[in-house]
Design a protein. Structure first.
Length: 117
C-alpha cells in the first residue's frame, strides 16, 4: 500500500492536531499550551487568573454554593452554540493532554451544555 502512495519525509513531527510534539530521551512530550492560550483569548479570558481547584467524585453540586458571577452581562451574551464549542474544546484538551482535568470538564459539560448561565 505505501508503495502506491507518494510520500515525503518532513522530519520529526513538531505539531499534530493542535498539539505541540517534542521528542526527548523518555519518549514524546505533548503540549497544548498554544491551543489553551488561543482558547482563553477567543473567549475573553486571557487575563484571567488560574486557580488550583481539585474536584472529586464526591462533589455534590446540590451542596456547593453557586459560583461567583464574573461579568454576568458577558455570560448572558454568550450563545449556547459558543458555550458548546468552548466545552467541546475543553473536552478535547482534557482527553489529549490534560487527563487531570477530565472529570471536572466532563461534569461541567454534562451540567451546563444545554443551559449555560
Amino acid at each position: 500500500m505505501m508503495s502506491s502512495l507518494s510520500t515525503k519525509d518532513l522530519g520529526d513531527v513538531r505539531k499534530f492536531l493542535g498539539m505541540r510534539v517534542e521528542l526527548n530521551s523518555d519518549g514524546y512530550l505533548l503540549s497544548q499550551q498554544i491551543s489553551i492560550e488561543d482558547l482563553l483569548q477567543q473567549h475573553g479570558l486571557a487575563d484571567a487568573n488560574g486557580v488550583c481547584g481539585p474536584i472529586g467524585e464526591e462533589c455534590n453540586e446540590a451542596e456547593v454554593p453557586p459560583p461567583v458571577a464574573i461579568e454576568i452581562e458577558y455570560w448572558r451574551r454568550v450563545a449556547v452554540r459558543d458555550f458548546q464549542s468552548l466545552v467541546g474544546t475543553l473536552l478535547w484538551i482534557a482527553c489529549c493532554t490534560r487527563p487531570d482535568t477530565n472529570f471536572a470538564v466532563h461534569k461541567e459539560a454534562t451540567r451546563q451544555t444545554h443551559q449555560p448561565s
